[in-house]
Design a protein around this ligand. Structure first.
Ligand code: PXP
Length: 236
């Protein structure tokens, strides 16, 4: 299975001080060096983490693939067609949300989504739709011309370790299998952690997982001891 690393929260930390550190390009290069198969960023309408010039710079320096998560707006479509990331993942976006809540509703607007996807695929971009593990959404996604879906694993992640875990796991399995039958390729992501990720291996259709927050959170603790020791040495 491939791993796409979402580095949005490196940008969150950088923006907290308004400067350039931690450097987003350096973060992307470390992820690639460590084996990431792609780098994901979500260019949100409010630019709360990644910014337009980050997307352009990443496209120029990445050796793997840039996966741009974005909403279905004219502004984002223009940016995508100018930047030409290798992959795009279309996501729903609400201004006030902390992170992407729920999948895209494709079923109620197949024509709109198809019209949005067409210029992107015509430009050679591989497009994925971020949807819930729901039969109707999978069927609708298969009609849009998008090559991939990304199954929202948020519900599974929340249910992990509870009595609902099996139910959510089964929904993911059923959705992935239906998608493959309909000719879609399948990725998954959201809320995956070092603890709950192992069950994704039970879904044979999965090609790539997109994981962000938990990797960046782990990186803080994996690096904190060394960072403190380095500073102590300097002031001794
Ligand atoms: N996939 C999509 C479509 C997302 O919007 C996000 C969050 O930005 C992720 C994957 C990664 O989720 P997390 O940060 O919880 O690993």
């Amino acid at each position: 299975m491939l791993l796409g690393v979402n580095i949005d929260h490196i940008a969150t930390l950088r923006n907290a001080r308004g400067g350039l550190e931690p450097n987003l390009m350096q973060a992307a290069q470390i992820c690639e060096k460590a084996g990431a198969d792609g780098i994901t960023v979500h260019l949100r309408e409010d630019r709360r983490h990644t910014r337009d010039n980050d997307v352009t710079e990443l496209k120029n320096i990445l050796k793997t693939r840039l996966n741009l998560e974005m909403a279905l707006t004219d502004e984002m479509q223009k940016i995508a067609l100018k930047t030409l990331p290798e992959n795009i993942c279309l996501v729903p976006e609400k201004r006030q949300e902390v992170t992407t809540e729920g999948g895209l509703d494709v079923a109620s607007r197949i024509e709109f989504v198809s019209d949005f996807v067409r210029p992107l695929t015509n430009a050679g971009i591989v497009v994925s739709l971020f949807i819930d593990a729901d039969e109707n959404q999978v069927k609708a996604a298969a009609e849009t011309g998008a090559q991939f879906i990304e199954l929202h694993t948020g519900r599974y992640s929340e249910a992990y370790g509870t009595e609902n875990e099996e139910f959510e796991m089964q929904n993911l399995k059923t959705a992935a299998s239906l998608a493959a039958k309909l000719g879609l390729k399948v990725n998954a992501g959201h809320g995956l952690t070092y603890e709950n990720v192992h069950r994704m291996k039970e879904i044979p259709e999965l090609i790539e997982l997109n994981i962000g927050h938990n990797i960046i959170a782990r990186a803080v603790f994996d690096g904190l001891e060394y960072a403190v020791k380095s500073m102590k040495e300097l002031i001794q």
